[in-house]
Write a protein that binds this ligand. Structure first.
Ligand SMILES: Nc1ncnc2c1ncn2[C@@H]1O[C@H](COP(=O)(O)OP(=O)(O)OP(=O)(O)O)[C@@H](O)[C@H]1O
Ligand SMILES: [Mg+2]
Length: 225
């Protein structure tokens, strides 16, 4: 599903500072993997590279079998839209849009006809248990509900891989557990592969696999290649 081979990343042209120093791993389709590590160890950088939002300084990335380093920015954007869903700590919902309209946004960008967008968004909201909140705006939802809307938005185009950067980071423990259970259920029911950054050892313990970064290197991998 996702393969990183000797990925390095440095920031800064004058005095490049290495952030990732040779990271290699392969995620199998259908897996649920936690990415752990102290602040600054390179977790978000790794997710950005895996999500084709940034390029490695060196090394290789394959997504769904396709090498991505040679593709144009346009082709990368197409691949991203087709194959990937993103979930962030801060939800990133548009405040003026209703829950279903937020979920329908990726369909709008993909050119899905107007008449199909609302039923698809409503079906996705039902899958995350929010059918009754479809007309609410983000300010009228709890934190846990907002994140479930964001997860519905990430999944509405049926991506193969969800990249989640601390999806429970701004939630209390009850809501965090609920969001985790939802991701887990979606992973099992629809087979979407999940790579999730978390600082929470309990949540990481519920994943199939744990990869731990330390200073830009893999310090531990519970299921090494
Ligand atoms: N665009 C950038 N330009 C320069 N340095 C950057 C940039 N993005 C990240 N860094 C640096 O790279 C290092 C790794 O950052 P990254 O965001 O990947 O860490 P992280 O593991 O996600 O940390 P956290 O747990 O705090 O989110 C940090 O030292 C950070 O300052
Ligand atoms: Mg981060």
């Amino acid at each position: 599903m996702l393969q990183l081979q000797d990925v390095t990343k440095s920031y800064g042209a004058e005095r490049p500072t290495p952030v990732l120093r040779g990271v290699s791993f392969t995620l199998q389709a259908g897996g649920f993997c936690a990415l752990l590590g102290p602040s600054g160890s390179g977790k978000s950088t790794l997710l950005q590279i895996a999500g084709l939002l940034d390029r490695p300084s060196a090394g290789h990335v394959r997504l769904d079998g396709e090498p991505v380093e040679a593709v144009s920015p346009e082709a990368a954007a197409r691949l991203r839209n087709r194959a990937l869903g993103f979930v962030f700590q801060a939800f990133h919902l548009l405040p003026r849009l209703r829950a279903w309209e937020n979920v329908a946004l990726p369909l709008l960008y993909a050119g899905t006809p107007r008449a199909e967008r609302r039923p698809m968004a409503l079906a996705m909201l039902a899958q995350v248990g929010l059918a009754a909140r479809a007309e609410h705006r983000p300010a009228e939802l709890s934190g846990g509900e907002r994140q479930r809307v964001a997860i519905a938005r990430a999944l509405v185009r049926r991506p193969k891989l969800i990249l989640a950067d601390e999806p429970t980071g701004s939630l209390d423990s009850a809501n965090a557990a609920e969001v985790m259970a939802l991701l887990r259920r979606l992973n099992q029911q629809i087979g979407v592969t999940v790579l999730m950054v978390t600082h929470d050892r309990d949540l990481a313990g519920q994943c199939d696999r744990r990869i731990e970064l330390l200073d830009g290197r893999i310090a531990a991998d519970s299921a090494p290649a």
